[in-house]
Design a protein around this ligand. Structure first.
Ligand code: NDP
Length: 253
């Protein structure tokens, strides 16, 4: 399929039936829309986020939309310790016995500034949430992903991953890091056709994070999260089997 066809992918409603997919940052923005989109295509979604109250709201939305009953997995990626990650893997293993999809969507942007003035604690927080937590969660989930017959891991990237841009500091560095992490994993699992690792750049999307980065732009000109889900659905479903180590885009052209 061409990149444009992948971005426009519109599968039938049972496309992800029977699959168990974990989405981080499922409380708002792209993560919330993705959770709903996955549920509406038959997946059992494990909703992860740092606020139980917000997770419950999305949980209720999935139930109201007639999706398979989701699960909730509270996890603060900024403060999670090894024991928390182990508990996550144990809970998923106990409930489902495997994992068919893992979408690393949660991310922080915080303030942007030149490196000469970049605040060190901000740097550490961003790398922790955007990069180190992605590594840690993937690592504990690998045994569960290995139990799936067709597992897909997505790292959510950004336009600043490929080429660093002034003032994007730790956010740009963290996104470049997860692109590399996905490639390392794809290479390590090259001989296992049952697991794939790819990165996906949503492009400009109407969310709180985008508004923080571009406060002066007309958000109504941007696509909504629900409008950019085609590539996610392709990467998480059977059609992308065998495609690993790639860099994909939700918006093409
Ligand atoms: P939002 O800011 O709308 O949502 C970010 C999500 O990450 C929220 O669910 C938030 O939870 C969660 N999160 C933040 N910190 C933590 C934490 N410590 N622990 C757990 N969850 C946390 O962002 P978007 O929806 O715009 O972004 C989604 C992804 O897409 C990100 O990876 C982003 O980098 C990427 N992206 C977005 C673009 C855009 O234009 N929107 C462009 C390119 C990439 P909470 O609700 O609690 O705040």
């Amino acid at each position: 399929m061409t990149p444009a066809e992948i971005a426009a992918f519109a599968p039938p409603a049972d496309h992800l039936a029977g699959r168990v997919i974990l989405v981080t940052g499922a409380t708002k923005g792209i993560g919330r829309a993705l959770a709903l989109g996955l549920g509406q295509h038959g997946a059992t979604v494990i909703l992860s986020g740092r606020s139980v109250k917000k997770l419950e709201k999305v949980y209720d939305e999935l139930i109201a939309a007639g999706c398979p009953t989701p699960a909730m997995l509270p996890l603060d990626l900024e403060n999670a310790l090894a024991t928390h990650y182990d508990a996550v893997a144990e809970a998923i293993g106990h409930e489902f016995g495997r994992l068919d999809g893992l979408v690393h969507n949660a991310s922080l942007l915080l303030t942007r500034s030149p490196i000469s003035h970049y605040d060190v604690p901000t740097w550490c927080r961003l790398l922790q949430v955007n990069l180190t937590a992605t590594f840690a969660l993937t690592q504990v989930c690998l045994p569960l992903l290995e139990k799936s017959t067709d597992a897909s891991v997505i790292m959510t990237s950004s336009g600043v991953a490929q080429r660093g841009r002034a003032y994007w500091g730790a956010y740009a560095v963290s996104k470049a890091g997860i692109e590399n992490l996905a490639e390392v994993l794809a290479d390590e699992y090259e001989s296992n056709p049952c697991i794939r690792f790819n990165t996906l750049n949503p492009g400009a999307v109407r969310t709180d994070m985008r508004a923080l980065a571009y406060p002066a732009e007309d958000a109504l000109q941007l696509k909504t999260p629900a409008e950019i889900l085609g590539a996610y659905l392709w990467l998480l479903g059977p059609a992308s089997r065998g495609h690993s180590g790639g860099r994909y885009h939700c918006q093409v052209g």
